[in-house]
Write a protein that binds this ligand. Structure first.
Ligand code: 3EB
Length: 346
């Protein structure tokens, strides 16, 4: 498995958990593991580990996502948020089990989301790394109705209210994000990257901004940008949100996972184009991305991979996870990051 990297800056790597432990890296900001990698209890001095319950489809179940900063780190815990920071960046994660929260059964996800976002914001304010850059959200049973409302919509309402009550904006300068289903019975898991300096947020001209989706997708819009572009030391990082086969605000190619994959690639290319226009001198391209491909139906993996193979080729590093996507008519979603030297090579 390979990596994308800048010489002394932020790196994202996908590799087996064992390799990561053996390496003894001192610059690890944070780790995400996926189903199968049950890690041992870690202490407050260890890197935070977001334990995401989504099955790994193609490759080793113990693959993990490792964010490294190339420099010194500090670790700590703020209420339930485990965090690590470099001089520029903060990685944090929180897991909230719905069944442990008071409240009626139908609103337990609302309560868990409120708690997670409240503590996330409190951590940013306390440390402080005020700029939320990128958030990953994993919700069990994302498409299930509870008390007459789909759980993803309950999550959107709670996320929006929690951010508003912390004085955060709900449109425009909002983080890049992903929101996917996780295994039934797992906790809500949220992990994030925040920074000291303000990023540039990027929208996709092919898509309505998610925070302006019409009401038919739920009374409270999802709060995320299509991508975030951030300078960190000597590197320039682009975080591309979960991206799917949506044009305008509508899902397209329903029932056709190959065509959905192609449309998703067109959306990612459009975002790369926008990011390159915004980032003087950097050139991000499809072949050098790293990230995750979320597949709703494992039997469709070969069809999806066949579409992605020629586009992602060479330097790209992707893992494939089984996850329900927030709209029931979407078969695939892709998120990615790209990290380049901030100044082009002479
Ligand atoms: C979409 O484009 C697909 O609710 O945080 C992608 C990325 C999606 C993030 C979120 C949802 C979220 O609307 C779904």
């Amino acid at each position: 498995m390979s990596s994308v990297r800048a010489p002394a800056g932020l790196r994202l790597e996908y590799l087996p958990r064992a390799a990561c432990q053996v390496a003894g890296w001192t610059d690890v900001l944070g780790i995400a593991t996926f189903d199968g990698a049950r890690s041992a209890e870690t202490g407050p001095a260890d890197p935070p580990v977001a334990q995401v319950r989504t099955a790994v489809l193609d490759g080793n179940a113990d693959v993990c996502e490792v964010w490294r900063c190339g420099g010194a780190v500090k670790s700590g815990q703020h209420h339930r948020v485990r965090w690590r920071s470099s001089d520029q960046l903060l990685f944090g994660c929180i897991a909230v089990a719905e069944e442990l929260l008071p409240g009626t059964p139908g609103s337990s996800l609302h309560a868990a989301t409120t708690l997670a976002y409240d503590e996330l914001c409190a951590t940013l304010e306390a440390l402080p790394y005020p700029h939320l850059l990128r958030v990953w959200n994993y919700l069990p049973d994302i498409n299930r109705d509870a008390n007459g409302t789909e759980r993803y919509l309950q999550f959107n309402t709670a996320r929006q209210r929690a951010l508003r009550s912390r004085g955060r904006v709900l449109t425009g300068n909002v983080p890049a994000a992903s929101a996917l289903g996780a295994a039934s019975g797992s906790p809500l898991v949220v992990y994030f990257l925040a920074g000291k300096t303000a990023p540039a947020f990027v929208e996709n001209p092919r898509q309505v901004s998610a925070y302006h989706y019409p009401q038919q997708y739920g009374p409270d819009s999802p709060v995320f940008s299509r991508a975030a572009l951030v300078h960190s030391g000597d590197s320039l990082a682009l975080f591309i949100s979960g991206t799917a086969s949506i044009v305008g605000h509508r899902s397209t190619h329903i029932g056709d996972p190959a065509a959905q994959t192609r449309e998703t690639l067109l959306n990612i290319e459009a975002l790369l184009h926008e990011a390159n226009a915004a980032a003087d001198g950097a050139h991000f391209d499809l072949g050098a991305l790293a990230g995750k491909v979320y597949v709703r139906t494992p039997a469709e993996l070969p069809v999806i991979q066949r579409e992605l193979a020629p586009a992602l080729a060479a330097g790209a590093s992707f893992i494939y996870l089984q996850a329900d996507i927030c709209r029931q008519d979407l078969a695939v979603e892709i998120e990615a990051a790209a990290i380049r030297p901030a100044t082009p090579a002479p």
